[in-house]
Write a protein that binds this ligand. Structure first.
Ligand code: DC
Length: 230
């Protein structure tokens, strides 16, 4: 039997630094990247564009199944097209994140996106960023990472990110939104946010992202026997 394509899963709550770590790992190892949050965000946006109620499970799941998206390399960031039109900053907004968290709680929506995520497992390997990558989507991953950080620090990081992108942000409002989103993601009945039993945990509160990257790369080298030059 041939070896399965290697996967590193990175799960954790909003604003914990998963995105930065995953982009860095994908570039460093030359592996593919799955931003599963983007799929839930795109599903929510497509449903809103069609005037659907976000609680209409069957209709939103049908949208998720037929999702017409393209991820194209851009100058700085990936360009993302939904139904042929660039979605830009609206995809990353807190409002879209909140809508994504609502549709993500619907079992039929999660089922509709499952195979699309697994199909991205291609050689030389995949870095999978999300909430249920290690528990549900890639339970056989060779390395599972789970990041945490205090709620106050995650709100602060998200605030900085939004300001740097020239978007409006309010720190107190963000902290509240993040807390509400975490609660919804952790308490839903299907694929709740939680570490896999075999995940490596790291509390990144007060830790520079470079150290988080170093930790992940060291584990990748050890667990997956990847020849990496420090
Ligand atoms: O990582 P993100 O902020 O882009 O994710 C947006 C929302 O999507 C998040 O609040 C929960 C949901 N999500 C999920 O339920 N499962 C995933 N694997 C990824 C995201």
């Amino acid at each position: 039997m041939t070896d399965p394509v290697p996967v590193i899963t990175v799960d954790g709550p909003s604003g914990v630094g998963k995105g930065t770590l995953c982009q860095w790992l994908a570039l460093r190892l030359g592996w593919h990247l799955l931003d599963s949050g983007a799929l839930y965000r795109l599903t929510a946006l497509a449903a809103l564009h069609r005037g659907l109620a976000l609680s209409d499970e069957a209709a939103v799941a049908a949208v998720a199944t037929a999702l017409d998206v393209a991820f194209l390399p851009g100058a700085d960031e990936m360009r993302i097209l939904l139904d042929g039109a660039e979605v830009g900053a609206v995809l990353r907004s807190e409002a879209t994140g909140d809508a994504a968290s609502r549709v993500a709680a619907l079992p039929a929506v999660r089922a509709a996106l499952l195979q699309r995520q697994r199909d991205l497992r291609r050689l030389p390997g995949l870095i999978a960023d999300g909430r249920d990558m290690g528990t549900v989507v890639f339970p056989d991953a060779g390395l599972k990472l789970f990041l945490t950080a205090s709620a106050a620090e995650r709100a602060q990081r998200r605030y900085k990110q939004l300001i740097e992108k020239g978007m409006n942000a309010n720190l107190a409002g963000l902290a509240e939104e993040i807390a509400a989103r975490d609660a919804r993601d952790a308490q839903r009945t299907v694929a709740p946010l939680r570490p896999a039993t075999d995940a490596e945990m790291l509390d990144t509160t007060g830790m520079p992202i470079a150290r988080v990257c170093e930790w992940a790369l060291m584990l990748a080298a050890r667990r997956l026997s990847i020849p990496v030059i420090p």
